[in-house]
Ligand binder design. Structure first.
Ligand code: UDX
Length: 437
């Protein structure tokens, strides 16, 4: 392989990118300022749950292609291409994104760059960030203009991170020179036939914001239809199915339910609105305010449905909660709709017991005041109502008869429209779902 790669930041995105690039045959050095994270990764352990990633990490550690460090000096000396994979969280009390981790990476790396290299941003950023960082990079590097920036947004989904990285739908390259384009085309050549779209910095930054805004809008669209279905006694699941056969609409991201959460969609649409406002185009994105509001209303509606099933108040009620992660196949609880609902019910006086196949430890740490169980059956014991809030396959496969033997009352609210209503009803359950009669 002609280039040696570094990956700066070994969180979700960075750990995945580093292991996948090593898998493609590159020599990769991953860097993080958090020594404990580096220690874990060097032992072949992941700080996160991501199917398939730990195998990849171990295999490439053993082959010697993948190593880790906390030293920027070492990274600068090692790498020809440096991928920046740090987070851009929402600022406290504001919609805007906090890009300070990106600035910190450039400020730490640049003073050590003394030869030709490419620095590639992969984080989701407010449009305009790349141009500012490019200028900073040249100013702080001994290599000057030989140290060039490119922007290459990442579209991976948690739970499918390895697959999405090794088999992406498209590769977006924001570049300002032919050299940068060539280097990145070479780096991604082992992926085979993937559409590559080459553009300038601001367009590349915007592609990512636009993609997430579209996905969030699609989810909130179907959830808005669910609200109308609820008052019209219609069935949003059948409505969604019927819409999905229209190729122009498509069925993906059209699952009605508790709505979106996680570390990306909610904060990215807010950051996008904030940035458009700064640039004087706030009117263009006012619809995203509505997308956000529809999404948050689903959580309140879920609590209302559950409260209705237990007679109007959660006082002296036992509530069994299935799911804590923001979506299945992930242990991520950032802005999890499931935990948000559980916390509200707890605040209203309900006794909540939560079970999740992998996110329990994270949930316990974040909300030690709530109750937890080590199986769905244990979470259901004595429950006046069960809530399905994350559609893990394990929950879809639950036997309603068996679960029915341990609850106090056979009440269930399906927050993800994941269960077969008829099966549960014929087992004597009072089944309710969002957007369905
Ligand atoms: C998202 C984007 O999909 C990805 O391209 C980007 O890089 C990062 O943000 P992720 O946050 O991993 O990925 O989750 P995703 O699978 O997109 O789901 C987001 C949320 O939407 C979840 O809470 C999920 O439960 C919810 N969702 C998704 C729905 O409520 N209905 C759907 O039909 C689809």
């Amino acid at each position: 392989m002609p280039y040696r790669l570094t990956v700066l930041g070994t969180g979700y995105l960075g750990a995945t990118h580093a292991a996948c690039m090593a898998e493609l045959g590159f020599e990769v050095l991953g860097l993080d300022v958090d020594q404990s994270k580096i220690d874990m990764l060097e032992r072949g352990e992941l700080p996160i749950h991501e199917p398939g990633l730990e195998d990849l990490l171990r295999r490439n550690l053993e082959s010697g292609r993948l190593r880790f460090t906390t030293s920027y000096e070492e990274a600068a000396a090692f790498g020809d291409v440096h991928f920046i994979c740090v987070g851009t969280p929402q600022k406290k009390g504001e919609y805007a994104a906090d890009v300070s981790y990106l600035d910190a990476v450039v400020e730490s790396l640049a003073p050590h760059l003394d030869r030709e290299c490419l620095v590639v941003g992969k984080s989701t950023v407010p449009v305009g960030t790349a141009e500012r960082l490019a200028e900073k990079l040249v100013r702080l590097s001994p290599a000057g203009a030989q140290a060039e920036l490119a922007w290459n947004p990442e579209f991976l989904r948690e739970g499918f991170a390895v697959k999405d990285t090794l088999h992406p739908d498209r590769i977006v390259l924001g570049v300002t020179s032919e050299r940068a384009e060539k280097v990145l085309r070479d780096v991604y050549a082992p992926l085979g036939e993937v559409p590559v779209v080459v553009m300038d910095f601001p367009t590349a930054e915007l592609v990512k914001s636009a993609a997430n805004a579209f996905l969030a809008t699609k989810i909130s669209f179907i959830n808005a239809m669910a609200e109308v279905c609820e008052v019209a006694h219609a069935d949003v699941k059948q409505l969604s199915l019927a819409l999905s056969f229209d190729d122009r609409i498509g069925g993906r991201f059209l699952n009605p339910g508790l709505g979106f959460g996680g570390g990306c969609l909610p904060k990215d649409i807010r950051a996008f609105m904030a940035r458009a406002g700064e640039l004087g185009a706030d009117q263009a994105l006012t619809f995203l305010r509505e997308v956000d509001a529809i999404n948050m209303r689903r959580r309140a509606r879920m609590v209302d449905l559950a409260r209705g099933l237990v007679g109007g108040s959660f006082a002296n009620c036992t509530v069994g909660v299935l799911g804590a992660a923001f979506k299945p196949n992930s242990d991520d609880i950032r802005d999890s709709p499931a935990l948000d609902v559980a916390v509200t019910i707890g605040q209203e006086g309900g006794t909540v017991t939560i079970y999740d196949p992998v996110a329990l430890d994270n949930a316990r740490r974040a909300h030690p005041d709530l109750g937890y169980a080590d199986s769905a059956l244990d979470a259901a014991r004595g429950a006046d109502v069960m809530l399905l809030l994350t559609e893990w396959q394990e929950f879809v496969d639950l036997d309603p008869e068996k679960l029915g033997t341990v609850v106090a009352t056979r009440n269930i609210v399906d927050g993800r429209n994941a269960l077969d209503a008829e099966t549960w009803r014929s087992a004597g359950w009072h089944y309710r779902a969002l957007g369905r009669p």
